[in-house]
Design a protein around this ligand. Structure first.
Ligand SMILES: Nc1nc2c(ncn2[C@@H]2O[C@H](COP(=O)(O)OP(=O)(O)OP(=O)(O)O)[C@@H](O)[C@H]2O)c(=O)[nH]1
Length: 265
């Protein structure tokens, strides 16, 4: 079987084999990564959560009539990227999330996109990213305009959406499925799309990425193998797999039960 950096290559199996896509959700604390993940997986909005949890969920999806085994890593960095190799070498696509009512979260999303660009340059492997401005329902408290989101996405050559984890499920689902499409495109014809371009541009007034975010810890040569633990399906939820893969920077957690820490309405 052909492989991409040691991983089974999606799309290389027989037609009935579901495509395997790993999706990592990145962003500052509170941007709504968990809320979006849970909305996508359960169609529900969460209002209470444990910000320290970092889990990988697995869901069987059908995207454009094709079965997809989708794994979603809801990361839990603190305020800046940390121990990034756990997702950099694992994901086939990234969702970089900020909150439209938080300038800080927007600045962080820029840092994440820079990190992905740096990684793409280092590895010569382009992994698609989508930029999401979350909490669109809070638009009256906007600190980030839609034009700024569009411009940032344009700078890094990625798709851009404004969404809300509280509003309609279909829009959130559409965004996740777009990520699958982007990953699928990349996996089927690797390196046919341009690499991220931002690192080619001068970033005046900014220190180097590694200096600003302590990314020395983000070594790009380690393949983090994520071991998923199969769990029985829980009523009302599409989730079939939950893994406690707490970031090294977080306190240690026991193996999770489904959606531990979340209150689902
Ligand atoms: N109004 C509104 N609130 C949201 C939305 N998404 C998330 N929230 C709330 O924002 C807070 C943070 O959401 P989380 O999903 O936990 O954010 P996170 O990015 O996962 O943050 P960490 O878990 O700390 O990494 C919670 O109180 C959510 O209920 C949204 O679309 N609209």
């Amino acid at each position: 079987m052909s492989s991409v950096f040691g991983k089974p290559r999606a799309g290389s199996g027989p037609p009935s084999t579901p495509l395997e896509v790993n999706l990592a959700i990145l962003g500052r604390r509170g941007a709504g990564k968990s809320a979006l993940t849970v909305k996508f997986l359960t169609k529900r909005f969460i209002s209470e959560y444990d910000p320290n949890l970092e889990d990988t969920y697995s869901s069987e999806e059908t995207v454009d009539h094709q079965p997809v085994h989708l794994r979603v890593m809801d990361t839990a960095d603190l305020d800046t990227p940390r121990n990034c190799e756990r997702y950099l070498n694992w994901a086939h696509a990234f969702l970089v999330v900020y909150s439209v009512d938080s300038r800080q979260s927007f600045d962080s999303s820029s840092s994440y996109l820079e990190l992905l660009a740096l990684h793409a340059k280092e590895t010569q492997r382009s992994v698609p990213a989508l930029l999401l401005g979350n909490k669109l329902d809070m638009a009256q408290y906007r600190q980030v305009t839609k034009a700024e989101g569009v411009a940032l996405a344009g700078r890094f050559g990625c798709l851009f959406f404004e969404v809300s984890a509280c509003l309609d499920f279909e829009h959130v689902q559409h965004v996740f499925h777009e990520a699958v499409r982007e990953a699928r495109r990349e996996l089927k014809s690797p390196l046919t799309r341009p690499l991220f371009i931002s690192e080619e541009r001068a970033l005046p007034h900014q220190a180097p990425l590694t200096a600003r975010h302590g990314l020395a810890s983000c070594t790009f040569n380690t393949l983090s193998t994520v071991s998923l633990k199969e769990m029985p399906t829980v009523a009302q939820a599409k989730l079939v797999t939950v893994k406690s893969s707490r970031a090294q920077s977080k306190r240690k957690a026991p193996t999770l039960t489904l959606l531990k820490g979340f209150k689902i309405f």
